[in-house]
Design a protein around this ligand. Structure first.
Ligand SMILES: O=C(O)COP(=O)(O)O
Ligand SMILES: [Mg+2]
Length: 229
């Protein structure tokens, strides 16, 4: 019996140059337990991934702001404070390289994302001005201005409840600080070798290999009943 999986996408199922690794399409379609894609990306991305894998759409998007249980969509976050923080960022001279109508942000319903060359100190300053309502997350792929108290781990607890699964039965794999909360909720957590320090510290195991090489090592070992390296 294989365990349910909570899988980050960027840095975990991808190659170093941000492409979906083809082994995703070999290892996941037949996985004989629930597979939840838990990502910072906007809702359509993980839905499309699940769809094209032929799997139920079990999705945590926007760092936990949106979940989909295969039938219903639930919003756990309110975008008002992050959007106000973005306005303050622009008013104070910050540049918005990913516009509201671009593909990164146009379907984002609870938070906003900015590229890694955004002004980090200004982002943190406008988040601080929001009196605890906004947090900045650095995923290694983007900065996210998200509602405080929203994270992938809480979303996994909520989704597990709906699915009738013990959240502690999940094996989680991820690469960055936005996976720390997932690692805390899941029963067993693996950081791929490219993971940032926060993810490494929170994981139960740090893998020898990075990106999908590391993830494939875990999936193959779990399927064979052996211990991943
Ligand atoms: O979109 C991002 O910033 C990161 O996405 P991820 O959570 O799938 O790694
Ligand atoms: Mg990631």
């Amino acid at each position: 019996m294989v365990p349910p999986l909570a899988l980050d996408i960027d840095g975990t199922l991808t190659t170093p140059d941000h492409r979906m690794d083809p082994r995703v399409f070999e290892l996941l379609p037949e996985w004989d337990a629930p597979v939840v894609f838990a990502t910072g990306k906007a809702f359509p991305y993980p839905v499309a991934l699940a769809h094209f894998l032929g799997r139920p759409e079990l999705v945590i998007a926007e760092n936990g702001g949106v979940i989909h249980d295969g039938e219903e969509t639930t919003f756990l976050g309110d975008p008002a404070a992050p959007r106000a923080a973005l306005e303050a960022y622009v008013e104070q001279g910050g540049e918005v390289a990913w516009p509201a109508d671009g593909t990164v942000n146009r379907w984002r319903e609870t938070e906003v994302a900015l590229p890694l060359d955004a002004d980090e100190s200004l982002l943190r300053a406008v988040a601080d001005e929001a009196d605890g309502a906004v947090e900045v997350v650095d995923t290694g792929y983007a900065y996210h201005l998200k509602p405080a108290g929203i994270d992938k781990g809480r979303a996994l607890e909520r989704l597990s409840m709906v699915l009738g699964i013990d959240p502690g039965s999940f094996v989680a794999i991820g690469d960055s600080e936005n996976d720390v909360s997932t690692f805390t909720v899941a029963g067993d957590a693996y950081a791929v070798a490219n993971a940032d320090q926060a993810a490494r510290d929170a994981a139960d195991h740090v893998l020898a290999r990075g990106y999908m090489d590391g993830t494939a090592d875990v999936l193959t070992a779990l399927a064979n009943g052996t211990t991943p390296e």
